[in-house]
Design a protein around this ligand. Structure first.
Ligand code: N01
Length: 544
């Protein structure tokens, strides 16, 4: 344990004391624990609400849950040993396989002994006199540490819409982000799914195949590209094992952190015929690679319209009922300005006899009744309602922790008008607090693992610097934070992201301020973080 912590704290608190506390045992928290404990050699401990590791993949057990980053890129890259000791079975890993992977990693790194499970953090407050963060859990636990690191993910606070009458419903209802571990039996049931984001689009085909009848309630039509999921071949597995360093370099040098490069051509550099050929090939190949075929899809409105038109046309080609096809293709935003879903048989599902589509733009939900969902045009009888209604993204998981910094300053109040941070890593008034993949960093605009590993490694080196400098605290300055917020806004404004109502902007949660929260462009961001580090942590102040 760090010298400066133990003597002071041992007399001042009955809390369990560590050098660093980490909240959350998903990809981020696990790697942060390993880095601090095994590389930096300080005492670190993880508090986790679930009774196992996994984070997102512990909670999101809904039918069809699968990652849409490709499996060989959606795993820890920092350890060759972990890479070589694991073999993914499919192009996109399913939720159960990712959970098995995370348990494999936790066991290999011997992490579980330093994680308290079933410890849901309900408050984290900074005591200036002691220079300690005091963290309390719902279960009555009290912990304290000099450093506090949040590893709570960006999408872990379920957004359950306030629809009148939900307590009257006599059937069962579930939110996809808090799915029962024992699963849900849909057989013989009339099921309603509300929501057609990435989650709904993954769940709908699986639910349709299991249920007697499915009614999909769509408020905003969405694009989707076939994932073309398939078992990985032995050749591909060999290629990954033998070329992992190169794959890792590609992921770290591209805007979204995926293992492919973005083509350096405009949508308008090629003829219409050539472009169609490129799109058709990308459609056949499947997945998010389609977005990378041209460099200006998210920066040029006309270019975006061309891609969007191609994808809308595909819906009409797949869905046989013209009325359904029209509702599904009536998309009000540009492709990828919202997070682009990928699917397995999503649009095809609407060709099944047991699937109905309700257009909530034409008939909004009025209430939930004892027996189903009532819209302005009629009532839909249901036995089960699935809310695939997303998350209070990025800030929600942090607010749930009730973080209070200097002078009892609540993060929730400081961010009332929207999140403000320096590098997405620190907030003025909250010394020694680091937010992994916090607002103001690329996070959700990338393959999350790339952003997570980058943050964990940066935070670890930063803490090493604080300790080596015999400093007590590190805290960003107001000036650095203000300049960073200006930078994030300026970068977002160079893209088409702010053009629609997405959860990136908080637009999915009524009353949430409309602020673009992530920062587009991983490599430029990583370079800026390196510059800060090599300039004596410019924008941060150390107190001794
Ligand atoms: O949530 P969403 P999600 N009445 O917010 C609708 C990640 N993810 O869980 O657009 C009726 O995207 C809402 O309608 P509208 C990924 O980053 C990753 O699907 O607000 N409908 C929308 O259709 C993703 O982006 C994977 O009009 C209501 C839907 O619910 C993020 O999670 C897999 C409503 C919510 O869509 C969130 O995706 C799945 C209401 N009151 C998810 N309120 C991976 O592969 C909301 N909706 C890793």
């Amino acid at each position: 344990m760090l010298d400066a912590v133990s003597p002071l704290a041992a007399t001042s608190t009955e809390a369990k004391l560590y050098d660093a506390l980490i909240i959350g045992a998903g990809f981020a928290g696990m790697y942060q624990l390993h880095s601090l404990r095994d590389r930096l050699g300080i005492s670190a401990h993880v508090l986790e609400a679930g009774d196992g590791v996994g984070g997102t993949w512990y909670w999101n057990r809904y039918p069809g849950a699968r990652c849409d980053s490709e499996s060989h890129s959606y795993c820890y890259h920092f350890s060759d040993e972990l890479v070589q000791g694991w073999e993914w079975s499919e192009r996109y890993p399913s939720q159960p396989e990712i959970l098995r992977y995370l348990n494999y990693a936790a066991d290999k790194l011997d992490l579980k002994r330093d994680i308290t499970f079933k410890a849901r953090v309900v408050s984290a407050s900074y005591d200036e006199g002691e220079n300690l963060w005091h963290v309390r859990t719902e279960q009555g636990g009290h912990y304290a540490a000099r450093f506090l690191i949040t590893a709570v993910g960006c999408l872990s606070s379920a957004n359950l819409p306030k629809i009148d009458g939900i307590s009257d419903f006599q059937g069962k209802w579930y939110h996809t982000g808090e799915w029962p571990h024992e699963g849900v039996d849909f057989s013989g049931k009339r099921v309603g799914v509300i929501g057609t984001g990435s989650t709904g689009i993954q769940a709908i085909p699986v639910v349709a195949a299991a249920a007697k009848h499915l009614t999909v309630f769509q408020r905003t039509a969405n694009y989707s590209i076939p994932a073309r999921n398939a078992p990985l071949t032995d050749d591909f597995k060999k290629y990954v094992r033998e070329n992992f360093a190169e794959i890792r370099d590609v992921m770290r040098s591209t805007v979204n952190g995926h293992p492919w490069r973005i083509a350096d051509r405009s949508v308008f550099d090629v003829s219409d015929e050539e472009r169609d050929k490129i799109f058709e090939m990308a459609w056949e190949k499947g997945g998010l690679r389609l977005r990378a075929e041209f460099r200006d899809v998210l920066t040029n409105e006309e270019a975006n319209e061309v891609v969007s038109a191609f994808l809308k046309k595909k819906i009409g080609q797949i869905v046989k009922d013209p009325a359904k096809a029209a509702i599904l293709a009536d998309i009000d935003h540009g492709f990828a300005t919202k997070r682009p879903p990928i699917d397995t048989g999503y649009f095809e599902t609407y060709n099944r006899d047991n699937v109905a589509l309700v257009n909530l733009r034409a008939e909004p939900i009025e209430r939930i009744t004892a027996t189903g969902v009532k819209t302005s045009k009629g009532e839909y009888p249901l036995d089960i309602i699935v809310f695939a209604t997303g998350f209070d993204a990025m800030t929600g998981p942090l607010f749930n922790l009730n973080i209070a910094g200097r002078n009892g300053l609540a993060l929730r109040d400081v961010w009332r008008e929207g999140p403000r941070s320096y590098l997405g890593l620190q907030v003025v008034g909250f010394p020694n607090l680091f937010t992994i993949t916090g607002p103001g960093s690329p996070s959700v605009l990338t393959n999350m693992i790339v952003s997570i590993e980058h943050h964990v490694e940066w935070i670890t080196r930063c803490m090493q610097h604080v300790v080596a400098s015999n400093a007590q605290t590190i805290e960003t300055t107001q000036q650095a934070q203000d300049a960073w917020v200006t930078h994030v806004n300026a970068v977002a404004d160079m893209t088409l992201f702010p053009s629609c109502n997405s959860w990136y902007l908080g637009a999915n949660v009524p009353g949430k301020p409309r602020v673009f929260m992530p920062l587009p462009g991983f490599p430029d961001y990583a370079q800026r973080c390196s510059d800060v580090e090599s300039n004596d942590y410019r924008g941060f102040e150390l107190t001794r």
